[in-house]
Design a protein around this ligand. Structure first.
Ligand code: DC
Length: 444
């Protein structure tokens, strides 16, 4: 219950202390290595075969199922060995936490895997035997549960599933491995999506688990969902896009900033707004980095400068130049990363992401937009006049609408949203409703 430090004690540096990484957390990546159909191994650093943690014995169980594992002090490398994986019958009393990962590996095995002597599962974060049984069955697996065991056989027909996580980090992490279902022996060739509900529960032991997982998987080109929000200047699309992105935990692309950054770079370097090749070259080599609210252009935070009216006006002019637009294509596409992207601008739904799952075209009356822009500027201490702002934004709309390349117009399949009379929360709720209707989990 207590430690006593004798009076007068002195601190002595122990020199080097090696703190091992967590062997239970490694189990998900060991399983991934056993499932992945790649030449290169999954390499895990920070925990190795010499680990003194109990859960390192998971390696033996994974090998028994077919994983090919090599390792040394502080590292492991895992490849697919036997395939499909082999069902095992195992007393898992010594590795109760990591054994949950075996129950998911069983989805990739032929035969029935029995994990026994795990009565402790019933009194962990949740009743894990009941929870794992319920969630594995949703996927189509055949599951038998007993007081202290679970038996799992792979699905004959996989089903898309929304996985409940019971505020249990390990359920979220191990069941995320069901997402590789196209690789399974009876796996659906095009895959079925797996949704992990309340994924933040991984924070208990592995807050960036999903980031770590996403960093080693390559989704199919079209598999990362995109929501596009296009609309005229000051329609509120930036606020809407960033709030929707935050609510979904997705990335955001404010494409207007790329045109603004090109304009700003041109102003700094004295490139004229009529010099199309010069501007296109600048756009193609923008040294731009986003970090929260900060926007770094060539080593300087230019977030507030980018918002200046003169920069916006120049952005609008140069965005009419076809080769400038083309030069920004690859950069815009590179924002499409797991788990998803909310992209806002003028041509996100029409040109850049024409197959986006949800396209929104946002409008508001010019009077309303001028008023909003006015409030925004005044709050930043920038003097402004509503009539001038309105004239300016109407001129910009006109130019954005009438240019030959990627003119501002709703995509044919866009949802129109006039937010003149809506609060931000109401607009966000509308977009999230539309997304819920379209996503793969309409009914779950
Ligand atoms: O959204 P914004 O005001 O930050 O955009 C600045 C200018 O960039 C806008 O007037 C038109 C142009 N733009 C564009 O042509 N295509 C986009 N996808 C985004 C912005």
């Amino acid at each position: 219950m207590r430690f006593t430090i004798p009076q007068g004690s002195q601190y002595h540096s122990p020199g080097t202390v090696h703190v091992e990484a967590d062997a239970s957390s490694a189990s998900y990546f060991i399983a991934l290595g056993a499932i992945a159909a790649t030449e290169a191994p999954v390499r895990i650093e920070g925990v190795g075969l010499d680990s003194i943690q109990g859960d390192i014995r998971f390696v033996d169980a994974a090998q028994a199922m077919g994983a090919s594992v090599s390792g040394g002090p502080g590292w492991l490398e895992v490849r697919r060995g036997a395939w499909p994986l082999k069902a095992v019958t195992l007393d898992a009393n010594h590795i109760p936490d990591a054994a949950m990962t075996l129950a998911v590996m069983a989805l990739y095995a032929t035969g029935t895997t029995r994990i026994g002597n795990i009565a402790s599962w019933r009194v962990k974060e949740t009743d894990r035997i009941a929870a794992m049984s319920a969630e594995l069955r949703k996927l189509g697996a055949a599951v038998t549960e007993g007081a202290d065991f679970i038996e799992v056989s792979a699905p004959h027909a996989w089903r898309a599933a929304s996985i409940r996580t019971y505020d249990d980090h390990r359920i979220a992490m191990c069941l995320s491995l069901a997402a590789f279902n196209p690789l399974a022996p009876n796996g659906p060739p095009n895959g079925v999506p797996i949704r992990i509900l309340d994924p933040q529960c991984v924070a208990k032991t592995f807050p960036d688990y999903f980031e770590a997982l996403f960093s080693v998987v390559q989704p199919a080109a079209d598999a990362v969902p995109v929501i596009t929000i296009d609309g005229p200047t000051a329609s509120g699309k930036g606020t809407l896009a960033s709030t929707v992105a935050a609510r979904l935990g997705w990335h955001q692309l404010d494409s207007g900033l790329l045109y603004r950054a090109t304009a700003l770079a041109a102003r700094r370097l004295g490139v004229a707004d009529t010099d199309e090749p010069g501007l296109a070259a600048l756009a193609a080599t923008l040294d731009l980095r986003f970090d929260g609210e900060q926007v770094w252009l060539g080593g300087m935070d230019v977030a507030s400068e980018l918002r200046l009216e003169q920069v916006g006006a120049m952005a609008s002019r140069i965005s009419a130049l076809p080769t400038v637009r083309e030069a920004l294509n690859a950069l815009q596409l590179s924002f499409r990363r797991l788990p998803g992207l909310v992209a806002d601008g003028r041509d996100m739904g029409t040109v850049i992401f024409p197959r986006a799952a949800l396209k929104v075209f946002l409008t508001a009356s010019p009077a309303m937009r001028a008023e909003r822009r006015h409030k925004q500027l005044i709050s930043k201490g920038i003097p402004a006049n509503i009539a001038d702002l309105r004239a300016d934004l109407e001129a910009r709309d006109e130019r954005d609408r009438n240019r030959l390349v990627a003119p501002l117009k709703p995509a044919q399949d866009a949802q129109l949203l006039d937010n003149s009379g809506l609060s931000i929360d109401e607009s966000v709720a509308q977009v999230l409703d539309w997304w819920a209707e379209r996503g793969p989990f309409r009914s779950t």
